[in-house]
Design a protein around this ligand. Structure first.
Ligand code: PCA
Length: 328
């Protein structure tokens, strides 16, 4: 009898512990790969979204955000979600031009250069974006913009001719093309690998927001940021439709509600932080300001070339999307 008790007590305790942990854990867990630094507002917003869905789902779903490319690198996230390796994930939309030209519409230079216009462009093109994603088995949850894009250099630059032969970090096909049109030498590099690329001298310039320059301490590697205000690219959070179908309606509703809140929060945060980031670049010793007249004129011309090229590639759908935006 004594012997019998000695054996069952630990077993009973183990069983209790096990059942306690089962009731605490959610029925389902979604890992959510994200590409940018944990402290960036995109990642913080995503982490908040994940936490809120987890809490509001009543134990049915736990979403865990993995920032900084720790689960999948930026360049792998879209494929991971499309193939179901990850049920949900975040990706820079305009890096997906080889999937569909429509994904590049928010990186067309000088089409939408303010937060208000970027929002208009998003509203006008959202149905088409959702359609393209649906054709790949994906659902759009929310988007968040980056602040306006400017040129980081190691020296004062007055015209794009001065960028000839300069090595340039690109984050999508559009920034690669922009570099080519300046005579610069582009290499595609994810933000997570940026500091190293600059530190080793692999690249010496780029076009990006004050946000990414701040995250990656670009003042350690460059001296100037020209606010050419060329476009405001967006990140999107997408979900795999097979994973989506495994959720009950109530959980799907929770996700959509929290996604819509994350979208509003993210757009507001980007706008709120835009100037602050630029001030931080200046505080850390960089010369920041508008581009000079020649540089501006050169970029305007490059922008026209890129828009013409994109329209040829994007066909009637692309033209209709631009027209829908302009009609707003
Ligand atoms: N930061 C991202 C994309 C646009 C931006 O402002 C990056 O540089 O990778």
């Amino acid at each position: 009898m004594t012997k019998h008790l000695k054996i069952t007590a630990p077993v009973a305790i183990a069983a209790l512990t096990l059942s306690a942990s089962i009731t605490l854990a959610a029925d389902m867990k979604w890992d959510m790969p994200m590409a940018y630094s944990a402290s960036n507002y995109h990642s913080e917003n995503g982490a908040q979204f994940a936490k809120e869905v987890t809490e509001a789902s009543g134990g049915k779903l736990e979403i865990v955000a993995h920032p900084g490319g720790s689960l999948f690198k930026g360049g792998e996230i879209f494929r991971a979600v499309r193939t179901g390796q990850a049920p949900i994930g975040e990706r820079l939309i305009s890096a997906l031009g080889n999937e569909d030209p429509l994904f590049e519409i928010d990186s067309l230079p000088f089409l939408a250069t303010s937060f208000a216009d970027a929002k208009k462009l998003y509203d006008a093109t959202k149905p088409e974006l959702q359609k393209v994603l649906a054709s790949k088995g994906l659902t759009l949850l929310y988007t968040v913009p980056w602040p306006p894009q400017g040129l980081y250099t190691k020296k004062p630059v007055n015209s794009t001719a001065e960028m000839k032969g300069v090595t340039f970090r690109a984050y999508n096909a559009a920034t690669s093309r922009l570099a080519e049109l300046m005579g610069a030498v582009p290499t595609k590099i994810e933000a997570a690998e940026l500091s190293q690329a600059f530190a080793t001298g692999a690249v010496e310039s780029m076009v990006s927001s004050g946000s990414t320059g701040y995250d990656r301490k670009l003042w350690e590697h460059s001296s100037h940021w020209y606010n050419i205000q060329a476009w405001l690219p967006k990140n999107m959070v997408i979900v795999n439709n097979d994973a989506w179908a495994k959720l009950d309606e109530a959980t799907q509703k929770v996700i959509m509600e929290k996604a819509s809140e994350a979208e509003a929060r993210g757009w507001a945060k980007a706008e709120e932080l835009a100037n602050w980031y630029v001030e931080e670049l200046a505080k850390n010793g960089m010369t920041v300001g508008p581009a000079g007249d020649q540089l501006k004129a050169d970029f305007a011309k490059i922008g026209e070339t890129m828009t013409t090229e994109w329209l040829a590639k994007a066909g009637d759908t692309g033209k209709a999307a631009v027209d829908a935006y302009k009609a707003q």
